[in-house]
Design a protein around this ligand. Structure first.
Ligand code: C2E
Ligand code: CA
Ligand code: CA
Ligand code: CA
Length: 278
């Protein structure tokens, strides 16, 4: 309750919409989420299309909320960005993903690649490059086993983004444009930033193979990537028909429920390897 002028008392929360209340709760809860170890990374396998082999994983954050259960990133990443908590969450993600990668690399004897999503705020931070170098060294992960995923929102400061992308590439780290084809500046990103991969957004894959227009768009994106010597991952592959078309079109990597759901550490590697064996 909050005291207002003229001795009026109003119950503050009754004036708030549910969304505002939820937001406040989440923002406060997020403060403790890290220290209380409520954040967790799930890992979704990425497969090479040429040999149907596991090539790596994408780390996807979850929040095991004490009251609401498992929250998806869409429910709290935005809040973390706006409240400035994304920096510390982001470095936790990088560190945890690389630690996991070093374990899996040792367990499999394979140089799997770990893809990590990075918020523009975190990416544009002064010490981002240094923190990547530090995390790689800390877990003794070769730079080429790390891929940083960015979205077109980094274009808000493209001079700086270019410097950071170049710096990552000089270290040997791959940089992928996430959700490629959505938004208005996918091509501007390619023009300005020396990235190594595009991830074709799920919305283009969804209606394959039936939709001729989407088929045409995906085919053009793959040709363009080929002539720019970019690697490609197709996202959101859910059926073998979609996988078959993508393979036919020469797509080199794919990810999606057809290949495997995001899964916690305990099962992710096992699931991915069993998928491969079946
Ligand atoms: P994204 O990077 O585009 O990740 C792919 C999303 O699609 C994931 O949702 C994944 O679970 C989902 N997905 C994967 N395969 C399929 C499929 O075959 N069909 C369908 N319908 N969905 C599929 P998720 O885990 O909820 O993540 C949502 C977004 O949150 C991510 O989109 C990414 O932008 C962001 N995010 C996730 N983890 C992090 C993180 O650690 N840091 C930051 N900054 N953002 C993150
Ligand atoms: Ca991503
Ligand atoms: Ca994506
Ligand atoms: Ca997305």
């Amino acid at each position: 309750a909050k005291r207002q002028g003229k001795g009026r008392i109003c119950v503050y929360t009754s004036d708030m919409t549910d969304t505002v209340r939820t937001r406040l709760n989440l923002e406060q809860g997020l403060h403790h989420a890290l220290e209380r170890q409520e954040l967790e990374l799930y890992y979704q396998p990425v497969f090479s299309m040429a040999n149907e082999r596991l090539s790596g994983f994408e780390a996807l954050i979850r929040w095991n909320h004490p009251v609401s259960g498992v929250l998806l990133p869409d429910q709290f990443i935005r809040i973390a960005e706006e409240s400035g908590q994304i920096q510390s969450i982001g470095s936790w993600v990088l560190d945890t993903a690389l630690q996991q990668l070093s374990q899996w690399t040792e367990a499999t004897g394979t140089a799997l690649v770990m893809a990590v999503n990075v918020s523009p705020k975190q990416f544009l931070q002064d010490d981002f490059l240094a923190s990547v170098e530090l995390a790689l060294r800390r877990w003794q992960v070769p730079a080429h086993q790390l891929e940083i995923e960015i979205t077109e929102s980094v274009l808000q400061d493209f001079q700086r983004s270019r410097g950071i992308v170049s710096g990552l590439r000089e270290l040997g780290v791959s940089v992928a444009i996430d959700d490629f084809g959505t938004g208005y500046s996918s091509l501007a990103l390619l023009k300005h930033l020396p990235v190594s991969r595009i991830k074709i957004d799920r919305s283009f894959i969804l209606a394959l193979p039936g939709n001729a227009r989407d088929h045409g768009l995906v085919s053009v994106m793959l040709k363009m990537a080929g002539s720019l010597e970019l690697e490609v991952t197709a996202e959101g592959v859910e059926t073998w028909q979609q996988a078959a078309v993508l393979q036919q079109l020469g797509c080199s990597a794919a990810q999606g429920f057809y290949y495997g759901q995001p899964a916690p550490t305990a099962t992710a590697l096992h699931d991915a390897i069993c998928r491969h064996d079946r």
